[in-house]
Design a protein around this ligand. Structure first.
Ligand code: UGA
Length: 437
């Protein structure tokens, strides 16, 4: 390990903090990571990783000697000068971001010029300015995160871009953060603090807008007999549009898009500006989850007493994160219509069980499908693509699938004996019966 590398401090070892700590250690830095929850710190110190994130456990194991987990702020301050704040900023009842955890961290930091506060938590534009007013001697840099759950380690180590926002007087602190990220090779964009804060919110809001847009296109495709997959491919070939985030489905979830779209809308609203577009983005997303109910009713009539299997519960594959997962609204709606709901997720079942109350949890996809009147694919886990769907059709009372992520091949499903409903996909005919000899 090079002795030249600066130690890094991480405050808050949730999902972002833990990935940040592990990745800086992988780059050769010593890392001191501090969290206020003793059980979490003890578990991490024992080498137990509490979240499901591909590659993270390996990285933490490999760099065990470089990372110290602690609850002690003084230990953190003594061990590192560059302090990444990674605490969560959940939505409040008003839809604004809850900054109480950020504020309590700032209160604990000294008013000195030796430490640099580097804000990774997603905060409304203007937060940096107000922190600088409170702690004028503490250098402040905004360095928003653009990691995706499920690929966070890869995203950190191979960034598209790194945004480093600093205001007059804090240029040296900004330079120090730039140095930390240089070895990763992504484009580094230097901005002022408020612009860095806006880049984060605007990026998430734009991606969410793309998803709601393609979901509305999918709904129109259903009306006019077009296929949203082909439409998205055709649109995405235009480099001005780009092909990513044009996958139609039953809406976006997670800890970021719903929260950040709302926070940006509220941030604008608090200044007196009505961000109309985002109001629609949110509404389209809410209604999109519920369209599954109509699709099931089209085939089954009333859902009272019908057994509906949900495959996948996490808000996306390769994570056990259930925050704002579409499965939560969907299962509640189905139960509201009188359906009996059974569900399976490869990794999120335990977390989901606490949230889903009366939903029956199955131990495998096949077990969930046993005797079901329909199956809804909610999360596109790879194992669902590899399932023996012909065998599944035999086990079901009625082999009907609503593919909420357009993940399965419609013709394969029809050939396996299913009635197939996607989102904005063209209907498929069942194969003609074999001619009698
Ligand atoms: C998102 C952003 O993509 C990251 O850049 C950002 O750093 C992160 O939020 C954050 O603010 O922390 P994440 O929430 O992990 O990352 O997941 P995404 O892969 O962006 O997916 C979000 C949701 O959109 C999922 O429910 C996914 O199923 C849905 N989605 C995504 C679609 O419905 N269609 C698409 O084409 C893409």
């Amino acid at each position: 390990m090079s002795e030249q590398l600066k130690p890094v401090g991480v405050i808050g070892v949730g999902w972002v903090g833990l990935v940040t700590a592990a990745c800086f250690a992988e780059l050769g830095h010593r890392v001191v990571a501090r969290d206020i929850v003793p059980e979490k710190v003890e578990a991490l110190s024992r080498g137990e990783v509490t979240i499901h994130e591909p590659g993270l456990e390996d990285l933490l194991r490999r760099n065990k000697e470089r990372i110290t987990f602690t609850t002690d702020m003084d230990e953190l301050l003594a061990g590192a000068n560059l302090l990444f704040v990674c605490v969560d900023t959940p939505p409040t009842y008003s839809g604004d971001a809850d900054l109480s955890r950020v504020r309590s961290v700032v209160q604990e930091l000294p008013e000195d010029s030796d430490h640099v506060l580097i804000m990774k938590s997603t905060v409304p534009a203007g937060t940096g300015e107000s922190i600088r007013r409170d702690k004028p001697d503490l250098a402040y840099v905004s360095c928003p995160e653009f990691l995706k759950e499920g690929t966070a380690v890869q995203d950190f180590l191979h960034p598209d871009r790194v945004v480093v926002g600093s205001d007059a007087g804090d240029e040296t602190a900004g330079d120090a953060v730039e140095e930390l990220y240089k070895p990763l090779g992504g484009e580094i964009l230097r901005t002022d603090v408020a612009s860095a804060e806006m880049i984060k919110l605007a990026s998430n809001a734009f991606l969410a807008t793309k998803i709601s847009f393609i979901n509305e296109i999918a709904n129109v495709c259903e009306e006019v007999g077009a296929d949203v997959g082909q439409v998205a491919t055709g649109m995405g070939l235009d480099t001005r549009i780009g092909s990513s985030f044009l996958r139609a489905g039953i809406g976006y979830g997670g800890s970021c898009f719903p929260k950040d779209v709302s926070a940006l809308k509220m941030l604008a609203g608090n200044t007196g500006y009505h961000f109309q577009l985002l109001t629609s983005v949110i509404e389209v997303n809410e209604l999109q989850k519920r369209r599954v109910v109509g699709k099931l009713e089209k085939h089954l009539g009333s859902l009272i007493g019908k057994r509906i299997a949900l495959l996948g519960l996490a808000f996306k594959p390769d994570t056990d994160d259930m925050r704002e997962a579409s499965s939560l609204v969907l299962s509640a709606r189905l139960q509201g219509e009188g359906a009996e709901v059974v569900a399976y997720d490869p990794v999120a079942s335990d977390r989901a069980a606490d949230l889903l109350g009366t939903v029956e949890m199955a131990n495998s996809a096949m077990e969930a499908l046993e005797g079901a009147d329909a199956v809804v694919l909610v999360t596109e886990w790879r194992e669902f693509g590899e399932l023996d769907w012909s065998a599944a059709a035999e086990r079901m009372t009625r082999p009907l699938v609503v593919d909420g992520r357009n993940f399965l091949d419609p013709q394969t499903m029809v050939d396996a004996g299913f009635e197939y409903e996607g989102i904005g996909r063209l209907p498929r005919e069942a194969p003609a019966p074999a001619a009698a000899d």
